[in-house]
Design a protein around this ligand. Structure first.
Ligand SMILES: *[C@@H]1O[C@H](CO)[C@@H](O)[C@H](O)[C@H]1NC(C)=O
Ligand SMILES: *[C@@H]1O[C@H](CO)[C@@H](O)[C@H](O)[C@H]1NC(C)=O
Ligand SMILES: *[C@@H]1O[C@H](CO)[C@@H](O)[C@H](O)[C@H]1NC(C)=O
Length: 373
């Protein structure tokens, strides 16, 4: 009897040590929380490096100010960190969210966040088709479904659910390509404008977005931050091809963005009411970027119309940034890095407002408050 009891106790002790060892190990990986990032080139962290696509930023001088890569290109469409990188860093997350398609996006790395974002992607499957391959939002959510199952395997279903609901932030930065690289395309047969009114097209976008956000909710996402579409009529590309003056923007793209943005705000209100226990934070990227463009001097920039890296026209807005581009000497004095994308300096200001700002730009709470819920 004595022997039996002591071996039972030994077994108990052994499994207790085993359990607590795993417990400590897991808590260590789970302590800092994670970002799961959905979106387009504004937040792509390198997924398009692994696709056959015309939308790539894997050449110099992209990434020149990205410290983690020693200034080498990573696939980010800017000179440094994206808005999503900065937010993750400020929230104390251990790594930048790893691109889903990267070979090292395996094992416990995924517990620190994954980026599904892809240059040229839109809410709609068809958007960005002129770039050939990209991961559209519905596919990004399919990919999260794969990650979701991997997290269950890594830490068990109970912990996984808790981790996703309480310690994970789900961000969406998408919609520009549905206009710039779909609805507004002039070529017959490529844009949806031929067959659809703006109202119908925006209806389709909102319905699809509702569907994708609901799918994420079904997979235990609870803390959402959703950005609206920026002033896409004011980017160097649009200003150059439309031959505008320094302070002018193209009307139609901005009008469509504002029309979509109003519907997006209503959608998030609706989802806050209908999806129990979820919080959808609305990020007014449009107003924030418009403020930077209009009052650029106040924020230490010297121009908000000319791209730092690129060529063509008065705003260097035709040819994308690459090894042969002319590059400005003071990269943190330009709102725009290239013909489409903000510079790291602009991203820092935008991220800071979303993290810590008030209801003018981020509501019903900021990202730090969302994180602390
Ligand atoms: C995964 O690989 C990417 C691209 O090479 C790299 O930037 C990143 O730091 C790696 N992430 C981790 C967690 O090792
Ligand atoms: C998008 O494409 C995928 C795969 O091609 C398909 O399964 C899905 O139903 C499409 N979604 C929409 C909203 O069109
Ligand atoms: C996730 O994938 C499974 C199949 O593996 C499917 O049954 C389920 O509906 C998917 N979930 C969502 C929300 O798409």
């Amino acid at each position: 009897m004595g022997i039996k009891t002591s071996s039972t106790i030994l077994l108990l002790i052994a499994s207790f040590i085993n359990l607590s060892f795993h417990g400590i190990c897991q808590d260590d990986d789970l302590a800092s929380g994670a970002s799961f990032i959905f979106g387009d080139s504004l937040v792509d962290a390198g997924n398009n490096n692994y696709l056959q696509t015309l939308s790539k930023a894997d050449v110099i001088p992209n990434g020149i100010d990205f410290e983690a890569s020693g200034g080498n290109p990573t696939g980010r469409f800017t000179n440094g960190r994206t808005i999503a990188d900065i937010v993750g860093e400020e929230l104390g997350q251990k790594y930048y969210a790893t691109p889903f398609l990267a070979p090292n996006c395996t094992g416990r790395v995924i517990l620190h966040g994954v980026s599904y974002a892809s240059g040229a992607a839109g809410v709609m499957n068809e958007s960005g088709r002129i770039f050939v391959n990209r991961i559209s939002l519905p596919i990004q959510v399919d990919y999260f479904n794969i990650t979701r199952k991997q997290i269950d395997k890594l830490i068990g279903p109970t912990k996984a659910r808790d981790y996703l609901m309480k310690k994970s932030i789900f961000s969406l930065t998408i919609g520009s390509n549905d206009f710039l690289n779909n609805y507004l395309l002039p070529l017959v047969g490529t844009g949806a404008r031929i067959s659809e009114s703006p109202d119908t097209f925006i209806d389709d976008m909102i319905n699809n977005l509702r569907k994708q956000l609901t799918r994420l909710y079904q997979m235990d996402a609870r803390k959402f931050i959703v950005g609206n579409v920026g002033p896409i009529g004011c980017i160097p590309y649009q200003k150059t091809i439309n031959n505008l003056k320094d302070t002018e923007c193209v009307d139609l793209p901005d009008k469509l963005a504002l029309q979509y943005n109003a519907r997006l705000k209503d959608l998030l209100t609706e989802l806050n009411e209908n999806l129990q226990g979820a919080t959808f934070v609305h990020a007014d990227v449009y107003s924030l970027v418009m403020e930077l463009i209009s009052n650029f001097r106040k924020y230490g920039f010297v121009t908000s119309s000319k791209a730092c890296c690129g060529n063509g026209g008065q705003f260097a807005g035709i040819i994308p940034c690459g090894p042969a581009s002319s590059v400005c000497s003071e990269r943190d004095k330009y709102v725009f890095w290239d013909n489409y994308h903000p510079s790291q300096a602009a991203n820092v200001i935008i991220a800071n407002q979303l993290l810590n700002g008030g209801p003018r730009y981020v509501s019903p709470m900021n990202i730090r408050q969302l994180n602390d819920l």
